[in-house]
Ligand binder design. Structure first.
Ligand SMILES: CC(C)(COP(=O)(O)OP(=O)(O)OC[C@H]1O[C@@H](n2cnc3c(N)ncnc32)[C@H](O)[C@@H]1OP(=O)(O)O)[C@@H](O)C(=O)NCCC(=O)NCCS
Length: 196
């Protein structure tokens, strides 16, 4: 396994992490497919219903990432390391209405709580607003997912609504919180600073 990232794959550089273009190599050489078999990593996401396999991950990569023009998914790599610890995405990219949906998974448990998720979120929305010229980035999050909500609020997302009893979890219906950030919010927050 490589100990250094191939610099040609680096897409966005941050202070703690970098975001890299994903490849079939990441499917084989990182923990990626296994994160969706992990009960803890998937506690608050609508996954872990059917087991994931390296083959399914490869198909997902080929069909949804490799040539997509409506989804950008990037690998999260802590600076100085070579393996992805998570993935971050803009999906449902709608260039007519200039909006997209944000998503993130820090799959490697040892990489959570170190600020990587917050920085990955910031770098991805910056790319969305500044390079893709989006006007609105939105997301849905499980109402009890304190860490994720805190992380999104730190970047500048605001709560805009509740989908009542949206998901069934352990026999109880749980609300989904809809959050969003507008290009004008981003400019107001970051016109005089370079990051979170
Ligand atoms: C949610 C997630 C993206 C957060 O990323 P992270 O790198 O672990 O979080 P950060 O280190 O950037 O911390 C974000 C904030 O949440 C807080 N936080 C972290 N874990 C927490 C917890 N268990 N309870 C409450 N707050 C918590 C941090 O303290 C930090 O706030 P602070 O700076 O004010 O202290 C990441 O944990 C993850 O991907 N989890 C699994 C998949 C998932 O749930 N994805 C999101 C679906 S909506």
């Amino acid at each position: 396994m490589n100990t250094e990232i191939d610099k040609r794959d680096i897409f966005i550089r941050g202070s703690k992490i970098l975001l890299k273009a994903l490849s079939e190599q990441d499917v084989y050489e990182s923990g990626w497919y296994g994160w969706f078999n992990d009960e803890v990593a998937t506690e608050f996401v609508q996954q872990h219903y059917f087991p994931n396999t390296v083959q399914k991950q490869l198909e997902f990569y080929r069909e949804n990432i490799a040539r997509s023009s409506t989804k950008i998914q990037l690998g999260i790599v802590p600076n100085g390391t070579a393996t992805i610890v998570g993935v971050v995405s803009l999906s449902n990219i709608d260039f007519m209405n200039r909006k997209a949906e944000f998503g993130i998974m820090i799959g490697d448990a040892s990489a959570r709580g170190k600020g990587y998720g917050t920085e990955a979120c910031f770098l991805m929305v910056k790319h969305g607003f500044e390079r893709l010229s989006l006007n609105r980035i939105y997301l849905g999050v499980h109402a009890q997912h304190t860490a994720a909500i805190r992380s999104y609020e730190k970047v500048g997302f605001v709560r805009e609504g509740i989908l009542r009893e949206d998901v069934l979890m352990n026999g109880r219906y749980i609300d989904t919180v809809i959050m969003s950030m507008l290009a004008s919010d981003f400019r107001t927050l970051y016109s005089t600073s370079s990051g979170v």
